[in-house]
Write a protein that binds this ligand. Structure first.
Ligand code: ZN
Length: 378
């Protein structure tokens, strides 16, 4: 199977404890150096060399140098994983997830006819030029376009930890379609429905891959500060509504909602718009403690606490009451850029205040750093 160094690194990032703010920019940054096909061992070796080009003994640390050092740290955290853990074959992973999903959707009466999936070089005509990672075609399409119904994945884009989430997301759309009456079939599958698809995808994915990986992937694709791709905020906002709905209805309540079809979901969305999430007509139940924690941590996530690299570097090194000159001296920091970074922390994020020769934090940053709430712009 042909996999590039970039594939291993990005999958490794899903398992690691990275602090970059934008997954797409992180991928872009590595693309040129790691697009060659190689083994995981070769990728790991190449990564070690690459880290050395970033992690130098800089005579003075300004924004650029801080960014290199922080990227090197993230890559080291990924390198530790991909040098030890053998990443699974993504096609095999997808197949296993498909089997698990089939069991779940069938057992709970979500889908009576479980779709096939296909891995293709390009989507069938007339969809061959669409820039999607995956798509589904139903029986109506089968007749109309002379194609096989099912879920399609582009071969080159199949990845561990990412593609299975897309599979689950699509399956929930299909389940909702199956329970939607003919009259309502024409309603667009948008808005809250997208959030429910994401939330269910998250739930099933976390059962297999654990809460930590799920949180990483959701932050990378839904809660990144730079909102790229442009649709990200639409999906994120819909997901937030679904997360609050989960807290009120539980997995059982959401399954009942899926089974009530697209029209009902639209009605529920209207109710949510009025701030009413405790829906009387839907039988609720089934909350899980671990999943509750994941839901809460995403609801309370601060994606706009993504600061400039030097500000991150400074905030991490600081004490609650930090003497500015000693900070600059002890960490070899660029004096002008450091003061600017502190100003950024004060004015843009309200983290602290200048007072004589001190910078006094009014939000103690260490816990936010530790838990990944503060990140750096990459
Ligand atoms: Zn969707």
């Amino acid at each position: 199977m042909k996999r590039s160094g970039l594939d291993y690194i990005l999958e490794g990032a899903c398992l690691a404890d990275c602090r970059f703010g934008s997954f797409s920019k992180f991928a872009k940054f590595l693309k040129e150096d790691f697009s060659e096909i190689c083994t995981q061992k070769e990728a790991s070796k190449k990564l070690r060399k690459f880290i050395k080009t970033l992690k130098k003994d800089y005579s003075v640390i300004g924004q650029k140098e801080a960014k290199n050092l922080l990227l090197a740290e993230d890559l080291e955290s990924i390198g530790n994983i991909i040098s030890k853990v053998c990443l699974p074959d993504p096609f095999e992973t997808l197949n296993q997830m498909y089997i698990k999903a089939k069991k779940f959707f069938t057992k709970h009466g979500l889908l009576s006819k479980f779709p096939n999936y296909y891995i293709v070089e390009s989507f069938p005509e007339p969809f061959q030029n669409m820039a999607w990672d995956c798509m589904f075609l139903d029986e109506a399409d089968e007749e109309k376009f002379n194609v096989r119904a099912g879920i399609y994945f582009k071969k080159a884009l199949v990845k561990n930890y990412i593609t299975p989430l897309l599979l689950f997301h699509e399956l929930v759309h299909m389940a909702i379609s199956e329970h939607t009456g003919e009259k309502e079939k024409g309603i667009g599958a948008r808005g809250l429905e997208e959030g429910i698809c994401d939330l269910f995808g998250m739930y099933l994915f976390s059962k297999s891959e654990g809460v930590k990986v799920t949180k990483n992937v959701m932050i990378f694709f839904r809660f990144n500060y730079d909102n790229k791709p442009l649709l990200t905020p639409l999906y994120r906002d819909a997901l937030r509504v679904a997360l609050v709905l989960y807290k009120n209805l539980g997995i059982q309540g959401l399954m009942n909602l899926i089974k009530s079809g697209r029209g009902s979901i639209m009605e529920v969305e209207k109710s949510c718009l009025n701030g009413k999430f405790d829906l009387k007509g839907i039988k609720k139940g089934w909350w899980e403690e671990k999943f509750d924690i994941l839901v809460n941590s995403l609801l309370s996530y601060r994606m706009y606490w993504t600061v400039s690299p030097l500000a991150y570097y400074v905030v991490r090194a600081s004490k609650q009451e930090q003497e500015i000159e000693s900070l600059i001296r002890n960490y070899n920091l660029h004096p002008v850029q450091t003061r600017k970074a502190l100003k950024e922390l004060q004015e843009n994020y309200f983290f602290g205040t200048f007072h004589k020769n001190l910078f006094i934090y009014n939000i103690y940053p260490k816990d936010y750093i530790k838990n990944g709430y503060i990140r750096y712009k990459n």
